[in-house]
Structures are given as C-alpha cells and as structure tokens.
Design a protein around this ligand. Structure first.
Ligand code: ZN
Length: 258
C-alpha cells in the first residue's frame, strides 16, 4: 500500500507539471547528486549499483534541463556567480567502476566527478587503488574523504572519530599530495560532535544523509551539513526526475499540512 501511494505521489508530481515548474524555478540551487558503483553487474553490490546506461540517462536529463556540471573543487574555491543549476556528480566509497565505467560517460558531458574514498578500502577488490586515485585526480576529479573504515561516525568514540576524520586526510595527503577538504559522512551520519571534529580536522564541506538541494548561502553557513540527491538502484527515470526537483519539497509541504 505504501509503495502504491508513493508511486501515485510521484506520478502526481510529474504529470501535474509541479516537477517541471520546480525545475524552472530552482536555477540558483546547488545539486549534489551521489552515486556509488556504476556497473552492469548488479549481483555483487546490488543496493548501491546503477547501470552505466541509467547513469548516462540521469546526466542527459540534467544536461537537458540546464544544469551546469561543476567540480566540487569549484564549489569550494569559486564564487559561483551566475552559474545555472551548479551540479556536482559524486561517488561514495571509492569503487573502481568510477574509473572504469563512469569516467568516460562523465567526459561526454564535460563533468568532473568527486570521489569520496574510504581509505581502508583502497586497493581491495572492486575498489580503486592509490594509482587509480592518482589517475582520477589527474583527470580533474576532486578527491574527498569517506572515513577510514566506513564506521558510522555518530556511533564513534572520541578516539575513533579522530581516526575516521583525521587519518583519511593525512593518507590522501601523503599518497596523492591532495588536501582533501570535503567529506561525505558514511551513510550520511552526522551530529554536532561529528561536525565539530570534522571542522577541526580541516574539512569545510560535508554531505549529510538529508536529501534535497542547497542554497548558495548553505555552502557558507551549513557547509558541513549539505543535502544530497541520492538515486537508488530501484528508482526508475521518473523517480529520478522527481527526486531532483520536487520530491523533498513536496514531502516537507505534506509535513506542514499534517
Ligand atoms: Zn559509503
């Protein structure tokens, strides 16, 4: 029943034109669209794998709707000026498929990815090696951190939190010479304590579990609690479109009414 109602809601948002209208109005929002594994083999990491074809359809939709793909580095360093719908495509965990499958698709759209690596995973089967991370960085990817061991940071002791936040920056620096200033919290888990330690560790941008888009002032004022758009393997293209513009807005509106 819940699934049926959700579907009905998605259809309503789409066919009423509400999603389209939101898309027309939300030209100054910042969109962080997050993926994990891009692969035709869905058997191994089923919950986080999206096929290259679907991934390309997502990028096509964004391009068609006037999004400007920007690197995360640009969000960090630049005044975004008049850029229309600045959009970052990012990948959590550090799957090798970012290099082998996603990069060539991203290039077609002139998009530079951001890769949040879990430093303990590097070199494991299905994951990037440090050489791969180098290659990605050399091709314009922004490298960020995603914890040392992928432990949920809200459950960490103060010592563990140091390890999960400070160590990855140090390792990325020593292995690649990159100053990683952005992180995606594993499973998006963040609270005030985690945010405080992250800030002290030198991070200026963090992606939380909250879904939605960000304003330009959020970058400065809530930089360590940014919202994301998170396509799921079971979402169809219509769900993706609705997630980009109207799903979260509509959910908050229904909460206001109830
Ligand atoms: Zn993760």
């Amino acid at each position: 029943m819940r699934r049926f109602l959700k579907r009905l809601f998605v259809l309503k948002l789409y066919y009423s034109g509400f999603n389209w209208l939101c898309g027309r109005l939300m030209t100054r929002r910042i969109y962080l669209v997050g993926y994990h594994n891009i692969d035709t083999d869905m058997s191994k990491y089923a919950k986080v794998t999206i096929s290259p074809d679907v991934f390309e359809q997502h990028l096509e939709y964004l391009k068609y709707n006037g999004h400007t793909f920007v690197s995360l580095e640009r969000l960090l360093s630049d005044d975004l000026g008049a850029i229309r719908k600045p959009t970052v495509i990012y990948f959590d965990d550090g799957f090798k498929s970012v290099l082998t499958n996603a990069l060539s698709i991203l290039k077609k759209f002139g998009a530079a990815p951001t890769v949040f690596v879990t430093t303990d995973y590097i070199g494991r089967e299905s994951y990037l090696s440090w050489d791969d991370v180098h290659t990605l960085a050399a091709q314009g990817a922004t490298i960020g951190a995603h914890g040392e061991t992928h432990t949920h940071m809200t459950q960490c002791t103060p010592e563990q939190l140091q390890t999960e936040l400070v160590e990855p920056r140090a390792r990325i620096k020593s292995e690649c010479g990159i100053d990683a200033r952005a992180l995606a919290y594993p499973n998006g888990r963040v609270n005030d304590t985690v945010e405080g330690v992250a800030q002290k560790a030198g991070y200026v941008l963090g992606i939380s579990s909250v879904e939605g888009t960000n304003s330009i002032s959020d970058l400065k004022n809530r930089g360590l609690r940014l919202k994301k758009i998170a396509p799921k393997p079971y979402d169809d293209l219509m769900m993706f479109k609705v997630k980009v513009y109207s799903w979260n807005l509509a959910l908050s509106l229904t909460r206001l009414w109830s």
